[in-house]
Design a protein around this ligand. Sequence first.
Ligand code: F0G
Length: 482
Amino acid sequence: MPEIKFYARPAVPIEMHKVKIVQKLSLLPARERLKSMYEAGFNTFRLHNSDIFMDMLTDSGVNAMSDNMQSAMLRADDAYAGSETFYRMQKKLEELFGISNLLPAHQGRACEHIIAEHLVKNGNCVIMNYHFTTSKAHVTRLGGHVEELVRDEGLIPKSQNPFKGNIDLDKVRACVEKEGAENIAYMRMEAGTNLIGGQPVSYENMKAATELAKSYGILTVLDASLLQDNLYFIKTREESMKDKSLREIIRMIGDLYDIVYFSGRKFGFGRGGGILIRDEKLFHDMEDLIPMFEGFLTYGGMSVKEMEAMIVGFEETMDLDVISQSPQFIRHAVNTLDEMGVPVITPAGGLGAHINAREILTHIPAEEYPAGAFVAALYLCGGIRSMERGTMSEERNLDGSEHISSVEMVRLAFPRRVFTLSQIEFVIDRVKWLYDHRHLVGGLRFTHEPKTMRFFTGKLEPTSDWPEKLVEAYVADFGDDQ
Ligand code: F0G
């Protein structure tokens, strides 16, 4: 892969694509952003996109498509049942993962719904390297509980460990001992482990963990939503895999699991999802849920145009030029912020740059959501929309107390092929400014707090007039027009 060398300038990551279609952006003046933030209840999910300059909330469904993806949309075969597009998608996924049974679903959480609905019974345990919000919610909704068995190093913010998403085999053994294998619905491993900073799992760990689960008769499930980043890290960080092609690696991974599911909003750069199920009987048992919750078996709630685009997206995922783009940009941002003294999660992972708010905002109690406050502040200081990944994203304990998250992070997602390096430099600059003015940031409290996944739709307010003071300091430095 091109890490392009420079002659007279320090090397920077280079876009291996050119822009063909653009969307105009605008940078609202800071005092107007303050107004928008109040209207959004200090929750960046509630902002209007037109009030945002750099939308780094997520990479989900907002990745740029290639010319080939767009043109493939024209040949989409519209049919309620039996669409040729579905069969093309099935064939491509079988070619990559070696599993032929495909259930289509409209996005990743829909796959999680179907899987949990069929497999999780009240009182069951689901083993995970780490939870994702929706994957956990679907298990707990059915009376199950999740055991997160990531290795301890995975939760250390600053580290050199190349595979912080690895699951701890001793913890798996102890968990099976405690719960009983028959009470474990499945073991879900998440590639590119989202909530600990887009940290990858090694092939070696996937192999050992799935072998262990199988020795207990436990079903193995891969969440492949962030597999494209994970593939890049296996190829570039795992010594024994460096001579393998991406196609070989993905097939070796596929061969390990009973079920592979994905959010096509990430994997495939489109909008959709799918579940690959190795066992014929299990596949047929789960099949009935698709027409009930998603749509007929050959579209599952997806637009066939998006399905066609994703088929091309899956193939593009086999191109190292394509999948290395985001990790290289992220590494640039993480390493630059690190050099500037801003606490970030290292090593740089996939998905986005992650800032350690717990270490920055030590004066804000965990119950006042330091990461949530930083996220709100960063919007005020540059129109940058990021996402809270900490206590606010957790659900309360049964007794109503806060469940303090093991990580308290701000995520700056890097949608694929969307931003240029100069835009990333702007973000780095504003993060540094905010870090230097961190004493001006205060806490948040809920004014409207939904029971489930409160971070999506909840509303909050600042615990003092800190946003006003922060904006005035910002305007004093940058003027009142930006
Ligand atoms: N699994 C992982 C690892 C994810 O990151 C996501 C979504 C899902 C499942 C659910 O997929 O959104 O298509 O329903 N992650 C998005 C994010 C929302 O912003 O990280 P979905």
